[in-house]
Design a protein around this ligand. Structure first.
Ligand code: MG
Length: 260
């Protein structure tokens, strides 16, 4: 009997422990000096900080290379030599560095850095592309490279495109997280499509706070982006979102630890 009670208490403790919001560094922890969004240094910073996950954006160049870069343009609008991350080539895009002299990493380089720390996950945003066919090609190539790197258990996927998410449902190993970003579907529809979570903007979730509970009842995870204001962080942590995506992961961690 004692053993049964102890087991039940431990199981409850485990459930409570997993219920705490986890922090995802949006495009890596880029707020540190010398870093830039979606670069190896921002991923390394996130690993050093010890967050649950580090998010990144993946685009395919005109000549079919996967790069970790947001786009659609690189670099600044005022730069007359700026390049388009999907319509220009690997060589053209790679030749232009990011802030702080950081280079645009290939997806393979990013995975190699990820592999150095098994404790931090990579939340891969498969960016929307010009046609459904192209989106399926990009999705398959990303999943292939993750498998080749032996990192299938260390990645989660997010996308605005339902074409991308539907393809992920078909090809990733069972149990892999797939969250829909677009904010226009109620949780029941996301569940019907076989995705595992919603990853909606804070604006959408503040308009539909009931979607957090609805999602949880359906067994879906809830992620919110991109929450940088400490008050808003507390609001979402109090509502027990599973993941909070932020450009300020250091502050989010301090709030979780009760230090702020
Ligand atoms: Mg993103």
């Amino acid at each position: 009997m004692k053993h049964t009670i102890l087991t039940a208490v431990l199981a409850l403790a485990a459930l409570t422990a997993t219920a705490q919001t986890q922090i995802v560094a949006h495009r890596g922890y880029h707020a540190k000096e010398g870093s830039a969004r979606n670069t190896i240094s921002s991923l390394r910073n996130a690993q050093e900080l010890g967050v649950y996950g580090s998010e990144c954006d993946v685009n395919m160049t005109a000549d079919d290379s996967l790069l970790v870069i947001h786009g659609m343009w690189h670099t600044d609008k005022k730069d007359p030599t700026r390049v388009h991350v999907q319509k220009d080539t690997y060589k053209d895009i790679r030749s232009k560095s990011c802030e702080g002299g950081n280079i645009v990493p290939t997806f393979r380089e990013y995975l190699a850095q990820l592999k150095k720390d098994p404790k931090v996950r990579l939340v891969i945003e498969v960016k929307s592309h010009a046609t459904p066919e192209r989106e399926i090609q990009v999705t398959r190539e990303i999943v292939k490279q993750v498998a080749e790197a032996g990192l299938e258990k260390q990645v989660d996927y997010i996308a605005f495109s339902s074409v991308v998410c539907d393809e992920l449902v078909k090809i990733v190993p069972k149990g892999t997280e797939i969250a829909y970003l677009n904010g226009d579907w109620e949780p029941a529809k996301v569940k019907e499509h076989g995705y595992t979570g919603i990853d909606y903007s804070q604006k959408v979730l503040k308009e539909h706070p009931e979607w957090i509970k609805q999602a949880h009842k359906l067994g879906l995870k809830v992620n919110v982006w991109t929450v940088n204001d400490p008050e808003a962080m507390r609001w979402f942590i109090d509502r027990k979102v599973d993941f909070l995506t932020t450009d300020d992961p250091a502050t989010a961690l301090e709030i979780l630890k009760g230090k702020k």
